[in-house]
Write a protein that binds this ligand. Structure first.
Ligand SMILES: NC(=O)c1ccc[n+]([C@@H]2O[C@H](COP(=O)([O-])OP(=O)(O)OC[C@H]3O[C@@H](n4cnc5c(N)ncnc54)[C@H](O)[C@@H]3O)[C@@H](O)[C@H]2O)c1
Length: 254
């Protein structure tokens, strides 16, 4: 699918990679809707995208909320006049060990259900709801489409991330099965599993902690969001790609 002249929705588009994907689609002549929770940041990204070849329109929506997603998809299709591609990018993490024993007191601290659930809700239920509504609309309107799921290198199981690793691994499993279920409707699905990417999450870390983390990456650095967009572009453009995950992780092994 060519990006020029096509219509895309990027979730979590007001920050980091989502912001980058939104602006990059518009630079290449795609019309882009993006959604986020952060109204102020939505306005900023809309302003940044105002003079690009493609349209950039922001929506306030919560991907973890069914009603919000159903309304979002309807509004986006009406505003853009259709929808050809979806990037499930919105994501959060709430890290913690499953069980941690305090070295001095021996007290046990466990990963709370609310931390578990909040990550599953945004990182797994969110893409499920958005993909379901996206695919239903494409099928109803009689045209194909493409779904890009942003997973993570943590999908392999990263200590301290029971919730996040489970969500990101589940998303790759769904990428594969949605590809099979939806191929007959000419809808493709692909996933990307980035390693460390230079977004506000990393920018907020202590420099010494960040330096230690990046030592585990053979390329010894974080990715630029533009490098992850290259994989998004490939999945959108390559008509023979579906049901697979592209690892863009600088060679990091978890
Ligand atoms: N930054 C990294 O190193 C890295 C690595 C691998 C994977 N990822 C994944 O890439 C994606 C983007 O990460 P980022 O680093 O750009 O994060 P970010 O925090 O900069 O941006 C995420 C955006 O999603 C929005 N969001 C959060 N919950 C939402 C919800 N319920 N509904 C709508 N929007 C919501 C946030 O407001 C934010 O604007 C995430 O799925 C993340 O898990 C990031």
């Amino acid at each position: 699918m060519e990006i020029q002249g096509k219509k895309f929705l990027v979730t979590g588009g007001a920050s980091g990679m989502g912001r980058n994907f939104t602006l990059n689609f518009a630079k290449l002549g795609g019309d882009v809707a993006f959604c986020d929770l952060n109204d102020e940041a939505i306005k900023e990204v809309e302003a940044e995208g105002a003079d690009l070849p493609g349209r950039v329109v922001g929506f306030s929506a919560n991907v973890a909320d069914e009603e919000s997603v159903v309304a979002l998809m309807k509004n986006v299709r009406e505003t853009l006049g259709g929808l050809d591609g979806l990037v499930n990018n919105a994501g959060i993490f709430r890290d913690g060990l499953l069980v941690k024993k305090d070295r001095e007191t021996g007290a046990l601290k466990t990963l709370s259900l609310s931390k578990w659930q909040s990550v599953i809700d945004v990182d797994l239920t969110g893409p499920f709801l958005c993909s379901r509504e996206f695919a239903a609309g494409c099928i109803e309107n009689g045209h194909g489409g493409v779904i890009v799921n942003i997973s993570s290198a943590s999908r392999h199981g990263n200590p301290g991330q029971s919730n996040y690793s489970a969500a990101k691994a589940g998303l790759v499993a769904d990428t594969k099965l949605w590809a099979t279920e939806l191929a007959r409707y000419d809808i493709r699905t692909g996933a990307i599993a980035p390693g460390f990417v230079d977004t506000p999450i990393l920018q907020g870390m202590r420099p010494d902690v960040l330096e230690r983390m990046l030592k585990s990456v053979p390329l010894r650095r974080a990715a630029d969001p533009d490098e992850i967009f290259l994989a998004v572009k490939f999945i959108v453009e390559c008509g023979f790609f579906t049901g697979r995950c592209i690892d863009v992780d600088g060679g990091q092994v978890l």
